[in-house]
Write a protein that binds this ligand. Sequence first.
Ligand SMILES: [Zn+2]
Length: 69
Amino acid sequence: MMPKDPVTPLTAGQRRCPICDKPSVPRHQPFCSQRCADIDLGRWLKESYRVPTDEPPEDPSGDTEREPE
Ligand SMILES: [Zn+2]
């Protein structure tokens, strides 16, 4: 049985909305509302556009150390 009270106080194991830190609701998990879900989706889409480049770019002029086989 799942409690469907939208104003249920945060209980053990319940997640908080990563956007506004309010208790999440089952309908919009892990968010508290559709708005926060949209916000997170927008952030995610933006992040996907600019891929983080933690790896250094290949240097065609540099010598590449190869592992001995
Ligand atoms: Zn929220």
